[in-house]
Design a protein around this ligand. Structure first.
Ligand code: ADP
Length: 746
């Protein structure tokens, strides 16, 4: 009996390259193979499709090994003038059909995706023409009568409607943030001003998020040109006052497509000239250019692109001739699909609104959080609070801010935002040193506008951390301090211990009337084990440091047949292990939610031995620190070593506190900012109520959500320090498919 012909899929990258494209290609190839398809890479985008021959190559599981961590695209990209012609596209059809390919995953920007949609609608006619010309046979023409396409958006600008993040945007933000952090340190040493130009012709996303992450002092973006025609005066005045107030550096971020309200371009060099002439300051221009496209993909770009690559194949295999082509994107942390052409049109509509000087519409089309982030940035950039203390319409309030748990990158960012936004409205903020112990000891210090300068970017926790959960007489001391300092609201930025401490204060309200103040918890722990939020501040930074460490570990083992057992943090929560494994291409992850048995370990050793004997050189397993009390990392290493015998050797890497350190990732800085804004609004709003709420904030489904602290026990796992609801557990199957090579690839 003849074996049934395999389904053939093609994948290509086109247009501008972006970090994360390789992760997407890898996922498409591996998912396709695991679904029993033949997968072909089309090298050099549409150009390779037209040239055919060696530009269209069958991919095996190993063809995409070792590319997850590489920037750019290993299958090449190009811009193709020929693809814009009918003759070129007809040739492309002929080349694809020579391999029987009529399902395509196209990874590119709006140009590439528009081209793909047009190619698809023209396909039946082109097939017919080829058949009439005798270039393909009737059977092929019938079998491949329609083209199925799925688009993945590769664009560092994050300028595409229909997805919250495009492939490469997060990595580009990493490059920008690294550059801004580096520039800030030299600028501060010499009291200089820097004007930094970032990419974005019609889209200010990178500039805006870069400015928030880098703690910039002024910004120019295409969607929101300066209000006034004499923008030079407003900018110079703001920067001058900042200097007078003690700012050692000034940082202006400008998008390459910046212009004034009449559409006249504003360039970085022009801004430099204005600043030098008016402020007499040494001003330098840095144009980041292609640095933003380069370098390794961020953890997010690796896992997000892997997921959308996986989903693209599922979608492609299910698509019917009549189905409209879709893009696969990410919305609110979930993989979504959206009609391709509608997204292209919406994307172009923003550019058209900017061109027509309709900035209000352009901003509105960018979505709610863009405008909100811009407003927040405008406040944070001020050199002074807009409402001096006591001059507001309401009584000045006093808030206390403290941390709990271990340090988590992004904590300082959140404190800075909370202090500035409160002080900006004429209120007072006390920083509590050393967590709840400081609240017991009365270690509170007033913070002013400039006291948080530089905190946007700093790792660690300037206020200090502590795991203390107060009890007994300590509660009395806290009540006394709240009264004596006249505290009207409490903001806790920290981990589960902090949530529990706040819950305790809340439940002791009847005994201690002083606790009848609004209490707000902002999730900040690398473990990502808090209820009510899909991500806590610090988890993304930790994930990036895991991925960075694993990249180095892998590089250290180029020659040997070696298995690395990498232990990551997370306590009872497997988030870091699963996502770290997904983003670094681990073959196996051990999660506390699943545990591990001796039988599992035996099966894992057998599988490793099988592949090492067939030439595999490196194997990576990621183990959460609390998977099992008996089968520890040391135990597993010893077991693998013993069982691996002469076939492979084993090394362990316990990443430890590296994961808590380092400067916060751009994502953590942006999320910390978003959350802190809402926390301050909450405290101000509730402070004058009789029985104010105690709550915790989080991001769920892309939205900020506030829940009663009373719900805390109900939302937690009864026996383990993790929430009952863990959205990322759904990703286990995908992670498994991408790492488990089928024994027979066919
Ligand atoms: P990006 O995909 O990054 O937006 P481009 O706009 O340069 O990059 O598009 C990449 C390639 O996609 C082009 O060189 C061309 O081959 C193809 N392409 C773009 N627009 C179209 C179109 N309208 N019709 C056919 N092909 C197109």
């Amino acid at each position: 009996m003849l074996a049934q012909a395999k389904i053939k899929l093609g994948v290509l990258t086109s247009g501008g390259d972006a970090q994360g494209m390789n992760a997407a290609v890898r996922a498409v190839v591996r998912t396709g193979i695991s679904r029993g398809c033949e997968v072909y890479a089309i090298y050099e985008g549409y150009e390779g499709m037209i040239r055919g021959g060696d530009f269209i190559r069958r991919m095996k599981w190993d063809s995409v090994g070792g590319i997850l961590h590489l920037g750019g695209t290993v299958i090449g990209t190009a811009r193709s003038a020929d693809f814009r012609t009918r003759d070129g596209r007809r040739q492309a059809v002929a080349n694809l059909l020579a391999h029987g390919i009529h399902r395509l995953v196209v990874i590119g920007g709006d140009g590439s995706l528009t081209g793909a949609a047009e190619f698809r609608s023209e396909w039946p006619e082109l097939v017919q023409e080829l058949r009439e010309a005798g270039k393909i046979d009737v059977d092929t023409a019938e079998r491949c009568a329609f083209l199925a396409i799925v688009g993945l958006v590769g664009s560092i600008d994050n300028d595409f409607s229909g997805t919250d993040m495009t492939i490469g945007a997060d990595s580009a933000l990493h490059r920008i943030t690294e550059a801004l952090d580096a520039i800030t340190s030299t600028a501060a040493s010499h009291q200089r001003t820097f004007v930094v130009e970032v990419m974005g012709r019609n889209c200010g996303y990178l500039a805006l998020m870069g400015a928030i992450s880098g703690g910039a002092d002024w910004i120019f973006i295409p969607e929101a040109p300066p209000e006034a025609d004499d923008w030079q005066r407003a900018m110079c005045e703001a920067l001058r006052v900042g200097r007078q107030n003690g700012r050692r550096d000034s940082l202006v971020v400008i998008a390459e497509g910046a212009h004034d309200r009449h559409g006249v371009p504003i360039t970085a060099h022009q801004v430099k000239q204005v600043l030098e002439e008016n402020l007499g300051e040494d001003t330098r221009v840095t144009i980041l250019g292609h640095i933003q496209r380069g370098g390794v993909p961020s953890a997010f770009d690796r896992w997000m692109s892997s997921l959308i690559g996986y989903t693209a194949v599922q979608h492609l295999l299910a698509s019917q001739p009549q189905d409209e082509p879709q893009i696969i994107g990410i919305r609110e942390n979930r993989i979504t699909t959206a009609p391709l052409m509608q997204c292209v049109q919406e994307t172009r509509a923003v550019a058209e609104a900017i061109k027509a000087h309709d900035y209000e519409r352009a901003l509105a089309m960018r979505g709610g959080s863009f405008g909100e982030s811009l407003r927040t940035l405008y406040t944070l950039m001020q050199s002074n609070p807009s409402t001096p203390r006591g001059s507001g319409s309401t009584r000045p309030l006093r808030f206390a801010i403290l941390h709990a748990g271990g340090p988590s990158p992004g904590m300082n960012t959140a404190v800075r935002v909370a202090v500035r936004l409160s002080v900006d409205q004429g209120h007072q903020v006390y920083g509590v040193r050393n967590g709840f112990q400081g609240l017991i000891d009365g270690d509170l210090h007033e913070m002013d506008w400039m006291s948080v300068t530089g905190w946007a970017t700093a790792g660690g926790a300037e206020l200090g951390v502590n795991r203390k959960i107060p009890q007994g007489a300590e509660l009395y001391q806290i009540a006394r301090n709240i009264e004596s300092f006249g505290i009207d609201g409490l903001l806790m930025i920290g981990n589960l211990a902090g949530y529990q401490a706040c819950h305790r204060l809340f439940s002791e309200r009847t005994n201690f009337p002083a606790f009848r103040i609004p209490i707000m918890c902002l999730p900040a722990t690398i473990d990502n084990n808090l209820p009510g939020s899909e991500l806590s501040i610090g988890a993304d930074s930790a994930l990036n440091s895991i991925v960075d460490s694993v990249d180095r570990i892998k590089q250290s083992a180029v020659a040997a047949r070696r298995c690395f057992v990498v232990e990551v943090m997370g306590r009872d929560c497997g988030y870091l292990a699963l996502m770290g494994g997904l983003a670094s291409g681990a073959e196996r992850v051990y999660l506390p939610e699943e545990g591990v048995t001796l039988r599992d370990l035996q099966a894992d050793v057998d599988e490793m031995t099988y592949w090492f004997k067939r030439g595999k050189r490196l194997s990576l397993v990621v183990r959460n620190e609390n998977v099992d009390a008996v089968y520890t990392t040391g135990f597993m290493v010893a077991l693998f070593e013993q069982e691996g015998g002469p076939v492979f050797e084993v090394r362990q890497a316990i990443l430890g506190h590296i994961q808590q350190g380092g400067s916060p990732s751009p994502f953590d800085r942006i999320q910390a900012t978003r959350l802190a804004v809402r926390c301050v609004e909450f405290l101000i709003d509730r402070a004058t109520r009789k029985n104010p709420d105690a709550a915790f904030i989080g991001i769920r489904g892309g939205r900020l959500q506030i829940r009663d602290l009373e719900d805390l026990p109900r939302l937690m796992h009864p026996d383990f320090a993790r929430p009952r609801d863990q959205w990322w557990m759904e990703l286990r199957d995908i992670s498994r498919i991408l790492r488990q090579q089928p024994a027979d690839e066919g």
